[in-house]
Design a protein around this ligand. Structure first.
Ligand code: GLN
Length: 304
């Protein structure tokens, strides 16, 4: 089956799906999004692309930005330096959990849970002159776009209710694994979470992970080995305590966010993104998971 036909089939099927998921409302601004919005975009490494629905509507990428944060850190530091302060094991816990940190002495399990991404932000504050501007510029290059907006209302809204992230930073600081001021780390992290991209733009940026670290103009952004590491982490840790389920049902490295987006790649083949705001109990897009499962089933494009 051709990709265009596969997407047509998925477009029909998702209309029949009964949703039980709920739009994230712990960040009040995110609750304002249209729960019926749905977009999907597939970008093949040869440049051909397919999509439907609200594939060109910007949405809050939230935790998908954790992949970009690690990518930027890789541009500055050897992996041994990074992975002294954060692990590479799945957590099996919710994204904002504090539970493992006490036993593991303030070293988060991986960079794709909140605690791990907060450590990466602390590292970026140390190694980059202006991490926020550099991350935005990097995404612009990755997706070949002019603008990467940060939604100020989403940022303000999350800053007002980020007691848990503050607690994570504070707790890790007590173990010496955060060097900057709590508010500085929190502000950077929350700005990154408030980045908005469309499905098409997100797929554009994720082709780097499908192309062994190369940008569309052939320039090497990160090394092939670093890309392999990022993809491995997405595969094992990209969906928190649903990483196993995502591997089982979809079989691609990927990353989700509570804005309802999911970005996934098949190395050497393609990137694929979906956006549907209602989340399942584990905080991943319910319909997004369904659409991606159908995509890999109908196309046979899975790493397994
Ligand atoms: N900004 C959100 C938070 O820190 C990101 C969580 C997510 O997308 N899973 O809670």
């Amino acid at each position: 089956m051709e990709y265009a036909d596969i997407l047509k089939t998925i477009e029909q099927e998702i209309k029949q799906q009964k949703l039980t998921g709920k739009v994230a409302n712990y960040i009040p601004e995110l609750a304002k999004v249209d729960p019926n919005a749905f977009g999907m975009h597939v970008l093949c490494n040869d440049g051909s692309h397919f999509g439907f629905g609200e594939q060109h509507t910007p949405f809050s990428i939230q935790s998908i930005s954790k992949v970009f944060m690690l990518t930027l850190a890789f541009k500055y530091l050897e992996e041994q330096e990074i992975f002294k302060r954060v692990g590479v094991e799945p957590s099996g816990d919710p994204f904002n959990s504090l539970i493992q940190l006490e036993q593991e002495k303030g070293i988060p399990r991986n960079p794709f849970i909140n605690a791990g991404a907060l450590v990466i932000c602390d590292i970026l504050l140390e190694v980059c002159g202006n991490p926020q501007a550099e991350l935005v510029k990097m995404i612009q290059r990755m997706a070949d776009i002019d603008k990467v907006p940060i939604n100020q209302d989403v940022f303000d809204s999350e800053m007002k209710c980020s007691q848990r992230n503050q607690a994570l930073i504070n707790f890790m600081k007590s173990f010496g694994n955060i060097k900057h001021e709590i508010n500085e780390v929190l502000t950077l992290y929350t700005h990154f979470c408030a980045i908005e991209l469309t499905c098409a733009e997100l797929a554009g940026s994720f082709t780097v992970y499908a192309k062994n670290g190369k940008l569309s103009d052939g320039t090497q952004l990160i090394t092939a080995s670093q890309t392999k590491r990022i993809n491995a982490l997405m595969q094992t840790c990209g969906f928190y305590d649903e990483a196993g389920e995502f591997s089982y049902r979809i079989g691609l490295p990927g990353k989700s966010g509570v804005g309802g987006g999911i970005a996934a790649v098949h190395p050497n083949e393609l990137s694929v993104t979906v956006w549907s705001p209602p989340l399942n109990k584990k905080g991943n897009s319910e319909l997004g998971m369904y659409a991606l499962e159908r995509f890999t089933t109908l196309s046979g494009v899975s790493v397994f």
